[in-house]
Each structure stands twice: as structure tokens, then as C-alpha cells.
Design a protein. Structure first.
Length: 544
């Protein structure tokens, strides 16, 4: 349920009150922390018990000695209510009950003993007919406990009727509309007849509504209610609730993404998926592949070339990428060298490939300046190759620290004699996926050529992971998980980014240096005093 809509906490209160008065038994209420549990006990449960005559007579005065009426334990004839924190498994082990309530489960952390909700369920194993309730506003997509539980349920929503066509429907934010710049005129549009409901009609429909399942019942009832159903009057300064909803939405849209996330979670009661968490669409990226000029020339904006190499059990996969000002980049070519990496053949082919010289349309020549080779799978042959190709090639390996920087360089190893670069894979993939979501050329935009190994499989691999958020010992951390098996293109992009970072390029100085190396005839042609020489493709004229 959406925050402060007036249902979730009262449902828990009424469940406890009913069992205290009519069917006495042990109950357990769990919140993310013991502090949150105590706040619920003092501010929500205690006022209900105090002001309900049937409950007040069941509990001893709180101030009496050994009364059994404390903040964390409420004893009554036939049972008790225990208030525990998910972050304190020891307090959970000391209680058991037939009625189990876990509130705000999306704010709970997995502790050393595992999922706290599953631990709570263990406290009812001695009861034949336990009642189990989980409730929360949702959080991030992919890591929301309440969303997982709701997906397993019969997924009931509050369906409301249209006063004009009588069609029952759920209320979604897309139905809330208003003229541009006039949130006061916000209305709800009936999904069937298009009738425009006023806020009064919204409330009338709300009170005439009913719960309706949208999935098959498999043993779990699930209920969803967003903030559009809010029955409370509008706050001061707003004509009605629809006006307040529209104005709040406009305010949130003008803020940073994290503000919108709060609105999506607490008002729409939906999980939030950030751009960096959402895998890019491979088809959309492939459709923007481009020709780099006549005969696929090296792009004019390229100032530096790097290479990334991924080591597989039967081949080497490689990518050459060009970089320009503000780290705008261009994919140049993919390479594949078949053979067992324990043997010299694929490495010799890779060495020849890295020795290529590339013609630039301005007349100068570029060579690969840094290459990063994955050493996680076959470290010995990788170290041998990097020693042979020093200072061009460096071995890299993913860091086990989730929050590691893009790259770190330990001291030279005594065994291999090469510097092993540790890669902060989470950080690198954050950079990569944020760049893949850019749709206009400019700083950090990634270009891709038509052909040259950049086929449909490449783009599928490039979008083969998504960001997943989990909790570890009270800390929120994120990691990347596969959405398909092959993901070499992601690794190659990461290694190219690390290679560029190793170079620490001074872009303005590099651009000036290369300008001095331009072909004199090319300079004359650009000044208008001579005809430019015909452009030739770099693919067939790499080697000189």
C-alpha cells in the first residue's frame, strides 16, 4: 500500500486486537529494526489498546512491577504479542506465534542467518493454522521483497466503477491528466468511455469499489492500493486531492531522479528501476550503427586507440575502440582468434593484430596505445603475453570489492614480473550502462560501426546484464547479474575503458600534437588552396 493511505497499519492493529479479544494466541510483529518496532508499539498499538475498552481490560497497567506490559511484550490471558526487530535475530528466536506480521519488509536486511521473513515463518512451525502477513511499500526493481510476494499472490486491486459507463477499472497514473500548466484542472479519464472524473467523482467511485483478483489463487492473498485512491482531504493551498497529486508530480519531475524514485515507491506503490538498472535495448543500439564516412574511414574525432581482450577456453575475443574529446568513443573492429589459450597460436595472431597502423582521414597514423587482457581465466599465458608485449599490454582482473574504483594498480608481482590491474567491475559497468543510455553524440557517447564484427550477437551481449541491488549486513550494495549467458562484449568495453584510464590522456595536448602530424596536402585542401586527396578505407590499408 502507498504511504499514509490509511490501511496497512490499521489492518495489522485490527488483526492483533481481534486475536487478543476473540481468539487469544501468541502473535509476533516484526519491523526492520527494534527501534522501528518500539515506535510502532508506542505510537500505533498502545493508543489502540488504551482507547479500546475490550483491549484495555486485557492488559495490566504499564507502570506496575512485572506487569507483562512492556514496549516489546504485551501479555494477556491466553497469549502474548511480541515486538521484534529483523536486525536482531536473537530477539526473534525468543518468540513464537500463530499470528505473524512482518511490516516494511523491503527495508529489512539479510543478516548472517538469512532472509528475516523466512526466519519469522519458522516461529509458527508448531501451529497448524498460522496466519502470516507481509506488508510494505516497494523499493527497487529486482530486489523488492514485497513485489516478489505480491507476484506469488492472486494480485487483488481495488476496482472502481465509472459513473457514466459503469465499467469497473483500477486507477493508474496515466489516467490522471490536466491541461499543460494547469494542475488545478486535473481529472481522471475513464479507460473505457473517456469520461473526465472530478475529484468528487473519484471519491464516489472509490467508496463504490471492490477488491478483485487478477491472478489465480495459489494459497496467498495479495492486495495493492496506490495513492490515487487516497480518501483524505487535500492539504492547505490545493483545491482538491487531484490538484495536489498533479502539482506534486510536476514538482517531482523537476527534481533529481532519486526524488522521483520516492514518489514512485510511496505514492504509485510500484518498484523503481533506474536508467542504470534497466538493461539497454540491443535492437535500439544496433539501429544507430553508422558508417564512418566513405569506405568506413577511421572517424575524424578519434585521437587515441585502445584494445580489450577477453580470454575464453577455446579463443580470444578482442575489440579495438577509438576515443576522442570528453571520452566520446567509436567501436573500430572486433577480432576473434581461435585456439587454446595455453598454446602460442592465438596469442601470435593477437600480437600481429595489435601491431596494425590505422590511417586517419586527416592524414596521420594511429596505433593502439594500451591493451587490457583478462587474466581471470588463464593467468599464466596472459602474464607471459603481457611481459612479451610490455608496455602495450596489461593483465586485468575483476576486484572482489563491490565499491572498488575503476582500476587500481598494486605493486609489481614477484612471481610474474608484470603489474596486475585490478578492475572495479561494478564501477566500470555503471559507467558503461549510463553511456549506453545516451542517445545523442557528444561527451561519453558510444558509436558503433556497421559491420566489422558488430553483429546482432555483439549487441545482445552488450546488453546481457542488469544492475541488481541487495542488502548485506545493513548496507545496500549493487551488483550486475546476467539476463543472458554470453556477455563478452560487456567485458571488452570495460577493458577498453580501463585501458584508456591507464593512459591518463591530455586530450587538448593530444589533439594539438596530432594536428601537427597532418598531411600537408590535407592542410592545403582544408584551406581551399588544393584539392583534397581521395579518401581510402582504413580496413584494407591498415598495415604500412
Amino acid at each position: 500500500m502507498a504511504s499514509q493511505i490509511g490501511g496497512k497499519t490499521e489492518m495489522c492493529n485490527n488483526l492483533l486486537g481481534y486475536h487478543m479479544d476473540h481468539e487469544p494466541t501468541n502473535c509476533v510483529v516484526m519491523y526492520p529494526t527494534i527501534e522501528a518496532t518500539e515506535r510502532y508499539s508506542k505510537r500505533k498499538f498502545a493508543p489502540m489498546a488504551r482507547d479500546s475498552p475490550a483491549l484495555a481490560k486485557l492488559l495490566s497497567p504499564a507502570r506496575s512491577r512485572d506487569s507483562g506490559n512492556t514496549i516489546t511484550v504485551k501479555e494477556f490471558l491466553g497469549g502474548s504479542v511480541y515486538f521484534v526487530g529483523a536486525a536482531s535475530p536473537s530477539s526473534l528466536r525468543q518468540s513464537s506465534g500463530e499470528v505473524l506480521i512482518a511490516d516494511e519488509i523491503d527495508a529489512m536486511d539479510d543478516g548472517d542467518e538469512g532472509d528475516p521473513v523466512e526466519l519469522l515463518w519458522k516461529r509458527a512451525e508448531s501451529y497448524d493454522e498460522a496466519i502470516k502477513v507481509v506488508a510494505s511499500t516497494p523499493t527497487r526493481s529486482g530486489s523488492s521483497r514485497i513485489q516478489d510476494w505480491f507476484d506469488k499472490s492472486d494480485q487483488q486491486y481495488w476496482f472502481v466503477p465509472c459513473a457514466k459507463c459503469k465499467h469497473y477499472q483500477t486507477l493508474r497514473w496515466s489516467q490522471v491528466q490536466w491541461p499543460k500548466g494547469e494542475p488545478k484542472k486535473a481529472r481522471i479519464i475513464c479507460e473505457k468511455c473517456g469520461d473526465k472524473w472530478t475529484d468528487r467523482q473519484r471519491l464516489d467511485a472509490y467508496y463504490a469499489g471492490r477488491w478483485q483478483p487478477t491472478a489465480k489463487f495459489t494459497g496467498i492473498r495479495g492486495y495493492h492500493l496506490n495513492g490515487i485512491y487516497c480518501p483524505w482531504p487535500a492539504h492547505r493551498g490545493f483545491e482538491n486531492r487531484l490538484h495536489e497529486m498533479a502539482a506534486e508530480h510536476l514538482r517531482i519531475e523537476a527534481k533529481a531522479p532519486e526524488k522521483r524514485r520516492v514518489w514512485v515507491n510511496t505514492f504509485l506503490c510500484e518498484t523503481y528501476e533506474e536508467e542504470a538498472e534497466r538493461p539497454p535495448d540491443p535492437n535500439q543500439i544496433q539501429t544507430r550503427a553508422e558508417s564512418y564516412g566513405d569506405n568506413h574511414q577511421l572517424p575524424a574525432g578519434v585521437l587515441v586507440l585502445t584494445c580489450g581482450v577477453d580470454v575464453q577456453s577455446d579463443r580470444l575475443e578482442a575489440e579495438i575502440r577509438g576515443w576522442g574529446m570528453d571520452e566520446e568513443s567509436w567501436g573500430i573492429e572486433m577480432g576473434r582468434f581461435l585456439g587454446n589459450p595455453e598454446l602460442p597460436e592465438p596469442w601470435n595472431q593477437l600480437a600481429d593484430w595489435l601491431a596494425q597502423k590505422f590511417d586517419h582521414p586527416h592524414g596521420h597514423v594511429l596505433t593502439i596505445r594500451a591493451c587490457c587482457v583478462d587474466s581471470g581465466h588463464k593467468p599464466k599465458p596472459v602474464y607471459a603475453f603481457c611481459r612479451r608485449m610490455y608496455p602495450l599490454a596489461f593483465p586485468v582482473k575483476g576486484s572482489s570489492t563491490p565499491e572498488a574504483p575503476l582500476r587500481s594498480m598494486p605493486r609489481k608481482t614477484t612471481v610474474t614480473g608484470v603489474r596486475l590491474i585490478m578492475v572495479g567491475t561494478n564501477t566500470a559497468k555503471d559507467h558503461l550502462f549510463s553511456r549506453l543510455h545516451l542517445d545523442k553524440p557528444g561527451p561519453r557517447f558510444m558509436h558503433f560501426p556497421i559491420g566489422h564484427g558488430y553483429d546482432e550477437e555483439y549487441f545482445a551481449q552488450l546488453c546481457a546484464e542488469k544492475r541488481h541491488v541487495r542488502y548485506l549486513k545493513g548496507r545496500q550494495i549493487h551488483e550486475y547479474v546476467k539476463v543472458r549467458e554470453r556477455n563478452e562484449a560487456i567485458d571488452l568495453s570495460v577493458y577498453n575503458m580501463v585501458a584508456l584510464d591507464l593512459l591518463n590522456v591530455n586530450w587538448e595536448a593530444t589533439a594539438k600534437r596530432l594536428a601537427k602530424q597532418q598531411n600537408p596536402k590535407d592542410k592545403e585542401s582544408r584551406s581551399g588552396s588544393a584539392v583534397a586527396p581521395p579518401r581510402t578505407g582504413f580496413v584494407s590499408r591498415w598495415r604500412r
